[in-house]
Design a protein around this ligand. Sequence first.
Ligand code: 4NP
Length: 156
Amino acid sequence: MKLLVVCLGNICRSPMAEGALRARIGGSPLAGSVQVDSAGTGGWHAGQPPDPRAVACARGHGVDIAQLRARQLQSADFHRFDWLLCADAQNLADVKRLAPPGHGEKVVLLLDWAGVASAPDSSVLDPYGGSARDFEVTWRLVDSAARAVVVRLCAG
Ligand code: 4NP
């Protein structure tokens, strides 16, 4: 199983979600059988590490995402990954528009797919223009999703 988390810049939400998923999966019976990556619909930050506030927030929760590097979503991703898990409704619309014929159904909202129904529009909102507290909200959502994904996949 290969999962790709997608947001806009690939420096805040999707690397945080990638870190949370790697940590939760690594501590579960799924370790070694589920691969996780992340990408952005935009390419402005390609090659850059996550936002320092995202790195600090994840570190505060015991997860190291400092080594991740941003990249832009590419057409091969639709073939390589089983699911493209989008952070918000705009990302979902953008990624669905880019999907080749026959690959649109693997493009879903992360929170919906995980079964976490605690956010408006099932969206993880962009914390980029926000405060450290907004990054904590992001972490709570993506880590809740990561835990729910492990339960979902362990249930088969
Ligand atoms: P992300 O946040 O999509 O969660 O990585 C953003 C980061 C950068 C920008 C937008 C959103 N930007 O416009 O540069």
